[in-house]
Design a protein around this ligand. Sequence first.
Ligand code: ADP
Length: 197
Amino acid sequence: MKIIGLTGGIGSGKTTVSHIFEALTVPVFYADNEAKALYNNPLILDEIEKITGASIRNSNGQVNRKILADIIFNHPDKLAAVNAFIHPLVAKRFEQWKEAYIKEALYCIREAAILFESGNHADCFRIIVVTAPEEERIKRVVMRDGINPQDVKLRINQQMSEQERLAKADYIIHNDGTIPLIRQVVAIHHAIINLCS
Ligand code: ADP
């Protein structure tokens, strides 16, 4: 089973595109969701707090994602350290997850915001990048997460540049409303199936 990497900047539409692949029965591993789920583990929060140097928990012991985001997106060194800690754990979960599909699927998708930055692109047979105009991405994230446009911009600035990401793509999905997403995904799905079989 081949691994296809799917990435894109925040708000580009990675999750939306991944849902279309799932509708075509392609298994999708959501690395960002897996990473988020790890924050439910108090032992992991202990380790993250060693990096942030401050509490990132609410009074009930649950992670406070707003505090965490405020710290890491304002301190690139802390963001890098948190990623370096979390990513090997996510990679392990991916290895376990993959086993379930290895016999039945020609390919699976690994969706991740920081596919290149984590080095996981090296395991991918092909890479899909989802792209959308920055103003559109900001508007969509403001609507989705209820955060302000400046904070979205801050996160965009911490990510790889759009140009750099697109230069590494084997396939580009334009999520700007010009060509229906479903049509683009189906075309790529067929191209990948042809390559894999
Ligand atoms: P990502 O996973 O890359 O951060 P999402 O797929 O979550 O991006 O998309 C961000 C938000 O924008 C979501 O609320 C999604 O429903 C919405 N969205 C994505 N693509 C479109 C589109 N073409 N038109 C309108 N809204 C969209």
